[in-house]
Write a protein that binds this ligand. Sequence first.
Ligand SMILES: [Zn+2]
Length: 1340
Amino acid sequence: MGFKKTPNVIVTNEKPCIKNTNCVFNDRTVISNHFLKIFSRYSFKSYTVFSTVIMHTNSSSSPLQNPPNLIGNMQSSETPTNPLKRNFETMINNPKQSTQYELDVFKVAMGRNTIAHIDTGSGMIAVMIIKEFEKMFKEQLSEKKLIIFLAPTRKLVEQQCNVVRENTDLRVDFYHGSKASTVDDGKKVDDWDAAVWEHETDKNDIMVMTPTILLNALRNGFIKFEMICLLIIDECHHASGNHPYASIMKEFYLESVNKPKVFGMTAFLANKKGASSTGNCEARITMLENILDSRVYTIQNRTDLQDVTPTASANKSLKITEKSPSGADVTPTASANKSLKITEKSPSGADVTPTASQNKSSKITEKSPSGKDVTPTVSGNKALKITKESPSGAGTTKRKELHGTMPIRAVSGTWGDNHDDGVDFYAYGISFVCSVKDVKYSSFVLLLESKLDDDVANLEMRLYLVSKFVNCKVSSCAKLHLDARQVANGKCFQELFFNGIYAKFFPETDPKLWTPSYMYLLLPLESLDPFEINWKMIDSCVSAIEFVKKSSVSSAEKQNVDSIMTYSENTSMIHFANKCVHKDDITNMVVLAIHTGKLYSVIDILQDETACSPFDGDTKKYSSFEEYFKKKYKIDLVYPAQNMLMLKQSHRAHNLLVDFNGEGILHGKKIKAESCKVNTDRQRYNARLPPELLVTIDARLDVVKSLYLLPSLMHRLEALMLASQLREEITGHMTNIHVSSSLILEAITTLRCNESFSMERLELLGDSVLKYTVSCDLYLRYPNKHEGQLSSARSSQVSNSTLYNLGIVCRLQNYIRDVAFDPTRWTAPGQLPSRPCACDHGVETIEVPIDTKYHTEDPKILTGKCCDRGHRWLGSKTVSDCVEALVGAYFVDGGLTGALHCMKWLGISCELDSSRVDEAIKIASLHVYTPKLDVLQGLESKLGYEFVVKGLLLEAITHATDQNPDQRVGYCYQRLEFLGDSVLDLLITWYLFNKHKDIDPGELTDLRSASVNNENFAYAAVRRNLHGYLQCRSVTLQTQISDYVKFVATSSTDTNSLQTNKSPKALGDLVESIAGAILLDTKLNLDEVWRIFELLLTPIVTPEKLELPPLRELIEYCDSKGYFIKDKCRRLGDGVTAELSLQLEDDLLIAEATSPTRKVARGQAALKLLSQLENKGILRKNQGEDNRDGEIGNKDVKKNDTTRSNVTRFDPQLAANTSIADSKMEEESNSKTEIPVIKSINKNKGGPRSTLFELCRKMQWTMPTFTHSEEKSRTLIEIGEGVDKRTAFNKFESEISLNIPSYGIIKLMGEPRADKKSSCDSAALLMLYELQRQRMLKIG
Ligand SMILES: [Zn+2]
């Protein structure tokens, strides 16, 4: 949709500017990186036909010239010139003018936290949302609630306040810096005390203010964040860095239990200055979404697509056309279909089009048996068209594409309508064991028509609930035959339970809810071993359904049904709709409410309430419950005097796959459990109903409880089925390659799924595997091509767009999982969708055709969420990432054979067979080496490897300059270097991948790039004394090498500075080419290469020894220990002297260095400090591999080891990267001798810790440590006293320990609290008071 417009065109054809592979652009040519990329990709094929280059670019080159029209479809007759400048008053007064966009935004915003594109100053949608809250304010407010409307400027604050005031009946006032109090002698806002604020919050419902005022009021506790029920943020794009918007969200929103709804408005999402590239823009949006805990709402079907991205040329295509040999200009047709077309002749003469066609055979692998150049001669009038939509073509993050989702074959069933003879099922038992002993869950059985793969059918996993978890075990059971009646009854059970709990149950279920593509039964078991289905319960469901059917025929007949029961005055009997039950037997009974179709369990009898009691909702409308049921449901209660029952409604479905308590660890990083607000809503799940409206079901409560677990379990199970389906596609029934379904699942799961696994790590590995196999294949295939040609061929073969095309042909896009599990959209067969999402993509089929009309670059299109047909937008790059990840997965479980098989399936055929290796070896064996034999032997002994083919080693050490005209050797190491580079890349990546299973994928990437680089290899070459073996005749190079060798020798104690010293590239190349030579000599034995190179590279490749720039290393060390560094810089003549001081527990270390620049001076000072730490034995070089924290001083080691699991340093979030005080702090250093003063302590959550942290930083005291103890209970415990009194299931106590230099350690025990952080706050607060008592601190 982004390409329909004809782009503005600049044609530059001044002179032919491309000549062979060397391109020279004249000044007036607009060079696009992308063009260069395209060019380099094909340059291998030695295009000589380029004679003219025409490039189309957009005429407006500045991304900031045209602010994006974000609400492109808004139309207004009044201001036709600029629809954005509409006056909001006119809009509000004429609600009809609300565009669909605004209504959409409103709808979405009511559902979730939203950031919307809204013109500055427009309050329309905000007013609509406020009006919704107004209803709530009028109905039921047991406690004070506030709506806070933030705007960044005074003018906007007043303006928005007026809009709200004019359009709602709520009490509203505005607050900004110049606002004066009406009650307290006209004091300005900043000076208001608690009393003034209390007055203001009491008298208003809505407070419009600047963020600074809110932030201060919150910090001082004048406004309790919990009071806020709606937070509207105007111009919310400011929320970043230290802006008060961001601070409010970080300090208060994130910490709060009852989070308010957030609605952000901005007109400048994609247009902020500085956000010059789109990647940047997208990152900004993501960041904004994270900070505001919201998601941007976008218009998916806008017709008027304006430029919304900062790069003006984003949607314009770059076209390259060339002259055909006949000399005729070929006009670049601006056709609608602009898919990549490269029409070239293959050696066989057939046209090959590497487009993403469904035809697999169209893949090109450049084969040229003779190894000749593959020259794409352009035939006749057929022009070579490279019509490439870029800078953001296939395989880029920017391009988004609509794709479908693959139906899972294993959950399909043909038995839906016709099961007279019964059905044969494969049965899979599901059992649950809870971490809390006496919590029981009923076992279930999953009945499928298909047989699952063993590694899917036998599965163990964990589900997380509030303060407990459940271990689930799926195991395959014998085949099972159910007769027709049993199948029908099973369907009844499923309809009743899943609808009754997650939707609404009504007896006339839509038969369409049982579709052949999604057909299975989940039935409760009496016991798993021996296997016995709980038919008694299922039959009870059937009779309950029968009863409801009968009673709903007509109310007159219903009367008859009711009268079957003999009503007695015996008050110990409770009259349910279908039977009487003794009141002692009702607890935990499962009941179905006839009028709502919901399932409940009975908690208790409400002794004082009957249907005649006053209604608890809108008392104006209904005087009593009896009246409520009569008016609302047309039900006449027969026994209105009967006591009502308190009922528990099941929770809505939650995602139990992530650790609920927000403590889930994903790759070493904390992940946010989005749907963990369960216990806060506890109250809401209780209902009060008269028993006569309830049908009893003879079901145990543990069945209902299991139902709560099933959506999450089935989600994972279905995902594994999908993975094993893909596996079958790739491997078929090959028995020699077995890749686990969970690994494939990992490869098709993106980070956005918020699972504990995702494809990034496999992608990284797969990238290396592809690079290696393709390099190896090219090396062997083209013995006469030089390194540059091989490199460009390789980049083209493993480029994202190539991989993307391969992935699309294999329909991999439909397998990719790119959205977090949304349990509210999961349904069982037979269950009504509770949140349907109709398809508006205009695609009737499940699969989306490959067509540019389903491509977009609109940054507002959100990826992930599926419509009911399973269509979703997917980042184009995700497809190529997934290709890499799959190759990685096959490499992990299937080795190189597995990876090659997977690549073959994808359409990349690499032949690494021994005959070709022999061929390559034969060529090398012809190298004359006799005079250099002693050199080779010396090197061999250094390497610890003896070459079979000495010529390979000789080639590996021969530099290109070793080309004496008289004595041409005719070979050099470059080709081997090309090969060796990919070998080392793979080996090191594989090593890191295995060694670090728990680190963040990003960290793994960092490790790889830190390990696989020329600097490291060069260093290894020098350290192992390999440099002397380089055969080279360049004097310059030899000088460079000896300089570098000297440098390494003199700086051997601080290798830190190596990173900054540029080593001669030849040295790194030498190491790589030796790796390539050994690979060939061992006939591609990767293990053998690694055996040699692991030794050669060892001190570099382990991340523990990863060399950090000294200052960064020092800061990281201090952060980990809670120490503070002070940094003072002063000018001294031409130089800068930096003084760094580091206060240890009982020692002050100072280091000074002078250098021309501040940066270098600080670095050198840091180096000195590091070596001081080393000398003291505090910081050990080459720290233990698995004990990065283990470098603490000797005396502490023991203490740390025993209590380690329990001790936390100061909240790392508070302390992050702050341990180095900026030099601006210089003047403060004197204050160290004085008693510090704190104005007041913020008692809100996090406040005492922040205050103490600030104090420590100022005084350079080591950060305090906390030791926690936790008490868990099945029943609620009371914690705290007075207003702080709370009840919870967990109780935390924290002991704080603060070491004050030359004073000693103070230890205090804080008060018990319901959560860990609060207990730390309590301890921190006590510490502050204790410091005051000891006269080390003044408060107030
Ligand atoms: Zn759709």
